[in-house]
Design a protein around this ligand. Structure first.
Ligand SMILES: Cc1ncc(COP(=O)(O)O)c(C=O)c1O
Length: 389
């Protein structure tokens, strides 16, 4: 088969491959603790499930408008006003099946050969994959362990050229767990605003899972609403990964183009999922708070536990539900650590190198698992590392 050349540029997310490997070992009777998965281990809150079931019974089983149901677009605009201080009307909102399509569409709409896109590295692997797929040039913005995985903004300023069309930000960040401060966002906004035609895609999918301080959106800085595409969704905040629902909030002039890409690919997001999402935004937020409180306890447990293992250094995550320790002191590469942690310690985790070139020497552990399992994983990893080094 002769594939289109661009298919050679497309990367992947190794979490799904590692999960398949773990499942194969489990089928042979081996016990594996899953710290590779990037989804909350909680169930979708009951009142959201009820709203989804009611919607199915009430006929939300048909196609809906491509940009999303009006009631959900309104709820998203309202919510964004409350949590981001962004006064934008629902016409700026496009709803998609999961937030990933927003990433895909924005890059298809803005990136092309000759254009440079700056993105966090280590970072969510789909950014680099999609930048390359469009033929644009990926320009990594390194997140530094000694700055608790924040970027060097002087270095970022030097990376912006006349060819830069997009800067991708992800805060709180996957895999590093860092969250950009208000000052950092202000500096980046100043850099972006100075250049005509430079946009920011702010991936804020983990905004509700933050352990210190408040979430700030770069879109709320003066002049930035017209330069920012916010990417957000329901997967993480409301434990709704399987409902496939996300959205973008973007400059009005970009909306018809993103909608055209949606018409050409998915037509619309599932109607009943959208009704459930209105209940998620407008209903009680206690479940979200409880989930974050539980994640906070696990964060303490996993950070302290990893720090006690010889050869491992673990900066404290500020948000999301990932620890991203350096394993350089063990002498193993990320890939070797991933493989041996699975086979020798029964712990599924991801090599940092799956998150870009600057992820080598690190691994990602998701703490979307019970404290009991995390404790057991830490004991197994401690034993494995001590015997291997
Ligand atoms: C940084 C980041 N952005 C976006 C997504 C996509 O989320 P979804 O498509 O499930 O809404 C994920 C999921 O893992 C993520 O980690």
């Amino acid at each position: 088969m002769t594939l289109a050349a661009r298919m050679m540029e497309l990367g992947t997310e190794t979490a799904f491959e590692v999960l398949a490997k773990a499942r194969a070992l489990e089928a042979l009777g081996k016990e594996i603790i899953h710290l590779e998965i990037g989804e909350p281990d909680f169930d979708t809150p009951q009142h959201i499930v009820e709203a989804g079931v009611d919607a199915l019974r009430n006929g939300f089983t048909h196609y809906g408008p491509t940009p999303g149901l009006p009631q959900l677009r309104e709820a998203i605009a309202r919510n964004s006003r409350e949590v981001r201080g962004l006064d934008l009307d629902p016409a700026h909102v496009v709803v998609t099946p999961g937030a990933k399509p927003i990433m895909f569409y924005v890059l298809l709409a803005l990136a092309e050969p000759g254009v440079e896109v700056i993105y966090p590295n280590p970072g969510f692997p789909i950014y680099e994959s999609m930048i390359k797929f469009t033929g644009a040039t990926p320009v990594p913005m390194q997140l530094l362990e000694d700055k608790a995985y924040h970027p060097d903004l002087d270095d970022l300023a030097k990376k912006i050229t006349d060819r830069t069309r997009l800067i991708i930000l992800n805060s709180p960040e996957n895999p590093c767990g860092s969250a950009l401060t208000r000052d950092e966002l202000g500096t980046i906004a100043n850099l972006a605003i100075r250049r005509d035609g430079l946009y920011v895609m702010a991936d804020e999918i983990y905004k509700d899972i933050l352990y210190t301080g408040e979430h700030h959106s770069i879109a709320a800085f003066p002049g930035m609403a017209e330069r920012t595409i916010i990417l957000d969704g329901f997967s993480k905040s409301y434990a709704m990964t399987g409902w496939r629902l996300g959205y973008g909030i973007m400059p009005q002039e970009l909306v018809p183009h993103i909608v055209k890409l949606a018409v050409n690919s998915v037509s619309c997001a599932a109607s009943f999922s959208q009704i459930a999402a209105v209940a998620a935004l407008d209903g009680p937020q206690d479940d979200v708070q409880q989930m974050v409180a539980e994640f906070a306890q696990r964060r303490r447990l996993i950070t302290d536990g990893l720090r006690a293992i010889p050869g491992i250094n673990c900066p404290e995550p500020e948000g999301a539900f990932y620890a991203f320790p350096s394993i350089k002191g063990t002498g193993m590469s990320s890939g070797e650590f991933e493989e041996r942690a699975m086979s020798e310690a029964g712990v599924a985790l991801l090599a940092g190198s799956a998150f870009g070139e600057f992820g080598e020497g690190y691994v990602r552990l998701s703490y979307a698992n019970s404290q009991e399992n995390i404790q057991k994983a830490l004991e197994n990893l401690d034993r494995f590392v001590r015997s291997a080094t």
